[in-house]
Design a protein around this ligand. Structure first.
Ligand SMILES: Nc1nc2c(ncn2[C@@H]2O[C@H](COP(=O)(O)OP(=O)(O)OP(=O)(O)O)[C@@H](O)[C@H]2O)c(=O)[nH]1
Ligand SMILES: [Mg+2]
Length: 391
């Protein structure tokens, strides 16, 4: 563990790259850190492509599987950036990662245009509450300008169709590859992209005064120190020495260490990406999807009413209706839980319908009105909903 403490000098935001497989998300992520690391006065370190795509399984298959986090700093902000997987199988990770995003960079290859996962990621971003998207039209070095114009129109239309105001969304033509090579035209384009992110993605409201809550994304063991959970602080503040409850594991313990990007910190607040060292907790007691919270501040439950949009077949959803007794997976914060659907008098929900339903989950999870979730079945997203009441 590094000894240099994290110093909060600029507002912190969580953003990430999303988009179809091979459109250049990881290359662009590396290019952003390179351009910023070479800019005077920035504390950003360059993170190479290989270090972002680093899990052994990823190198073998050449696709991003786990969500990689990098950090960088512009003149006005500190960003944690998740490089999200493009492959359809890894949407589950994407749901987890995107849930914490204040904004996203949608990467679209100027050569290929909109592909199935481009559309799916925009839809998911909407569902998990990402309100601001900036588009990187990547591979602009290789694309024909007129075709690139068409791709831009297409992307704006897609964004408008999902309520993102496609006419006003910044679309920046970039080349992650050429910027990594240091070509001045394309490093300038990366600067332009970052300016668009700085100005277009607003600083979100952070609920720092609320009781602490963090949904566990990952669990690790640090030899000699104990069990660490990682994730984004959803609300509140946590300090070293604070008592916390781990919902799902039924444990109450004390936070004995706090870190962000390998740097120790005294206190973490809403929006921060952190690792929490938990006293005396065995590694296998805690899992992704559990929630760490201020003791007594949340009560898990399993029955709720929800407003749900059932995706149409065109959006990658089902082609047949959903009926009472349907039993899909519910993705709530970082949890993935099976649930029974009761449609009451409606009885049938057709693809494309918005319906009210009652859900009974397979286990208790912290729920509250207004919480968003995704419904998945057989590896694809089939619905998106919001909790309207607890039963
Ligand atoms: N010409 C050109 N090629 C690029 C550019 N950016 C990326 N590529 C190439 O496109 C391929 C895919 O790039 P990645 O960065 O791995 O794409 P990705 O979106 O992260 O892919 P997944 O993580 O598997 O979804 C690689 O061969 C890159 O070298 C670019 O700006 N211009
Ligand atoms: Mg990648």
């Amino acid at each position: 563990m590094s000894k240099t403490a994290y110093v909060r000098t600029k507002p912190h935001l969580n953003i990430g790259t999303m988009g179809h497989v091979d459109h250049g998300k990881t290359t662009l992520t590396a290019a952003i850190t390179k351009v910023l690391s070479e800019r005077g006065g920035s504390s950003t370190s360059y993170v190479s492509f290989d270090r972002i795509d680093r899990a052994p399984e990823e190198a073998q298959r050449g696709i991003t599987i786990n969500i990689a986090h990098v950090e960088y700093e512009t003149d006005t902000r500190h960003y944690a950036h998740v490089d999200m997987p493009g492959h359809a199988d890894y949407i589950k990770n994407m749901v987890t990662g995107a849930a914490q995003l204040d904004g996203a960079i949608l990467v679209v290859s100027a050569l290929d245009g909109i592909m199935p996962q481009t559309a799916e990621h925009v839809l998911l971003a909407r569902q998990v509450g990402v309100d601001h998207i900036v588009v990187a039209l990547n591979k602009a070095d290789a694309g024909d300008p007129e075709l690139t114009d068409l791709v831009e129109l297409e992307v704006r239309e897609l964004l408008s169709a999902h309520g993102y105001g496609g006419d006003s969304v910044p679309v920046v033509r970039v080349s992650g590859l050429r910027a990594l090579e240091g070509d001045p035209r394309w490093t300038a384009a990366i600067e332009g992209l970052l300016d668009a992110v700085d100005t277009y993605v607003p600083m979100p409201v952070r609920y720092t005064d609320a009781p602490f809550l963090l949904s566990v994304e990952n669990v690790l063991t640090i030899t000699g120190r104990g069990t660490v959970v990682t994730g984004a602080v959803e609300r509140g503040t946590v300090r070293v020495g604070d008592r916390v409850q781990v919902l799902g594991a039924d444990i109450e313990t004390v936070v004995t260490g706090l870190e962000t990007f390998g740097k120790p910190m005294e206190s973490a607040e809403a929006g921060d990406n952190v690792a929490l060292l938990l006293r005396g907790v065995e590694r296998d007691r805690v899992r992704r999807g559990h929630v760490v919270a201020a003791p007594g501040s949340v009560t898990p439950s399993r029955r709720f009413t929800a407003q749900v949009y059932v995706l149409s077949a065109k959006e990658g959803g089902r082609s047949t209706p959903v009926t009472t007794g349907y039993r899909p997976q519910f993705y709530i914060r970082t949890a993935d839980v099976v649930g029974d659907v009761d449609l009451g008098e409606t009885a049938v929900a057709r693809p494309g319908d918005t319906v009210t339903m009652t859900v009974e989950l397979g286990r208790d999870v912290p729920l509250e009105s207004g919480l968003g979730f995704a419904i998945r079945e057989g590896g694809r997203t089939v619905g998106a909903g919001t909790v309207t009441g607890l039963l």
